[in-house]
Design a protein around this ligand. Sequence first.
Ligand SMILES: [Mg+2]
Length: 345
Amino acid sequence: MRLYVHIDMDCFYAAVEERENPSLKGRPIAVGGTSRRSVLCTANYEARKYGCRSAMPTYKAFQQCPNLEVLPVRFELYQEVSQQIYKILKRHTNLIETLSLDEAYLDLGPYHDKGAKIAETIRYQIFDELNLDASAGIAPNKMLAKIASDWNKPNGQFEIKPDQIESFMKTLPVSCLHGVGKKTQEQLNQLNIITCGDLQAFSTFDLVKQFGKWGAKLHELCRGIDIREIQPFRVRKSISKEVTFPHDIEKPEDLLPTLEQMKGEIQALLNHEYQDRSIKSLVIKLTFADFTHTTAEVSQTHQSSQTYKTLLNKAWLRGNQQPIRLFGIGVKLHEKKENHQLSLF
Ligand SMILES: [Mg+2]
């Protein structure tokens, strides 16, 4: 079982516009197309009070709320802010799946009970550094984390712990399930299935008969089971540290304390952020006094001072024993997680 956090920015585009122009605060605004035929991307909470929603045609939004101010979409600005949010998320894990500019799943590793605290920290950092509100959901799988982030929106968070899943699911409306759209919801409601508890009364056989393959999925989802993993936007291929010295270093032996320090930093990263990744090889990088550089690499599954030293000597001899300007060490990682258990409970 793993720990997931779903981060969802509140009214993201509108919130960014309010931040850029504080006089918009407290007024009903939306971001979207301004011509009659276009639609809204986001409405702030003042506009939502009038029923304005994302994907609503702009003319309809004006009918609901004549005072609505519709601002043109500034995609580049939102993208820039989104990247800043991503950087904050990256401080907490490398396993991030971005769903859109304002939404992401974080995999915080094997399940532990610090999820709510971490989510609080992330939301605080986003507010403190970017002046924007976010909501968060904390749970042992992606579907539940996403449902939870909606629970105390805006500017709130909610956690579903493993031992709370059963009772939580009993009363959860089926419409909250991942993949249950309007059509499935209507079909289910016609069968008097309103909550996931109602749905749990049906066997896989019954549900497959009624819904085909999707029925088997429903049988899992209504019990809060979701085995989808994070699909990281970018998977890190290596971890490295390097240092450029103010004065060139004459001999490899003089690099050994630096080597030990950098090795320790890499090990800390491996232990805390990349527990799921395995080492493919060790690498040494040197830049010499004449600015030429070289790297030496060897396949190995763990960090070893001895191996680094051997690589260092090899690289140093290649540079004709010149003084060293820059020294770097690193590990290359296997792309795939190894021996990662998928079991939920
Ligand atoms: Mg959002």
